[in-house]
Design a protein around this ligand. Structure first.
Ligand code: NAP
Length: 266
């Protein structure tokens, strides 16, 4: 596949690093205005690092856009004359609707919105995808790419804001949980490095138990909570202090916020 990443910042570089682990990529154009920051990517033989978006578009079929929302309109106007039927546009831009992209390009253009997270750099992104009618037959290509970079789920566009909170912001939420459990482990006597290892690999193990068994979290909790034991004592104390409630309220607050932000402010 001939792929271009337009806007190689945090997310664009994460996608590039993930794609470079994969054999799907025939050529990969990576663009940003100041390319000095990503010159290290040039060492890969099928990679072209450039500030020329038009060159990237002309030489690619799948265009992944990862610029800030305020820059997207300008970039679309710049490349519009060079977009053809063979191009599939994949936008990762938060809050930028398919209808808005269609208005700038065409309803006939194959347009896909993808909401990955930065774990894409290590092949573990949970990516939500939706498309316009013209891209319905190409969604499987996008899913193939994002499945090779983690896991993907096809959703209606109306759920894209919620997916942004759960999956993209979700990385920050999970980092805080891992940090908090690390702090607790230090207080319980482990040094900082050991404490982080315990927190990271325990959370990885918990997620994998559910991924591989398909079970509900409470079933796994039942297996480790002895009546009158230390686990239920700790869990109930956390719930008295509002663990589940504060997570739910935080995510709802994040969702309410995203719905009030105009695209050019995101
Ligand atoms: N970060 C996340 O976890 C995440 C998750 C899901 C979706 N998103 C979405 O992904 C987009 C990028 O987020 P980010 O955090 O990666 O932002 P970022 O770090 O600011 O990256 C944006 C990049 O776009 C480049 N750029 C700006 N104008 C350009 C142009 N005309 N041509 C080519 N490149 C240009 C910038 O580099 P130069 O200034 O050097 O050009 C910059 O490195 C946003 O729209 C965001 O909503 C982000």
């Amino acid at each position: 596949m001939k792929i271009a990443i337009i806007g190689a910042g945090n997310l664009g570089q994460s996608i590039a690093n993930g794609l470079l682990q994969d054999t799907l990529v025939v050529s990969l154009y990576i663009t940003k205005r100041n390319v000095s920051e990503i010159s290290a990517l040039k060492k890969h033989e099928n990679v072209v690092v450039t500030s020329d978006n038009i060159e990237a578009v002309k030489n690619s079929e799948l265009l992944i856009f990862a610029v800030q929302p305020a820059h997207f309109e300008g970039v679309l106007n710049e490349i519009k004359p060079y977009i053809t039927d063979r191009h599939t546009v994949i936008s990762t831009i938060t809050g930028y609707s398919i209808a808005k992209i269609e208005a700038q390009l065409s309803v006939k253009q194959a347009i896909i919105r993808a909401m990955p997270n930065t774990a894409i750099a290590v092949g573990k992104s949970m990516t939500c995808i939706c498309s316009n009618v013209s891209a319905e037959k190409r969604v499987d290509v996008a899913q193939k790419i994002f499945n090779s970079l983690g896991h993907s789920l096809l959703i209606p566009e109306s759920q894209m804001q919620a997916a942004t909170v759960v999956c993209a912001s979700g990385i920050a939420f999970w980092m805080r949980l891992i940090r908090a459990t690390t702090q607790a482990a230090i207080q319980l006597g482990f040094d900082a490095k050991e404490a982080q290892q315990l927190a990271m690999f325990t959370s990885e193990g918990a997620a994998n138990l559910l991924i591989q068994s398909g079970k509900h979290p409470e079933e796994e909790i039942d297996r480790v909570t002895t009546p009158k034991g230390c686990t239920i004592e700790g869990l109930n104390e956390m719930e008295h202090k509002g663990l589940s409630s504060s997570l739910i309220q935080g995510m709802v607050a994040s969702f309410n916020k995203i719905n009030t932000i105009k695209t050019d402010q995101l």
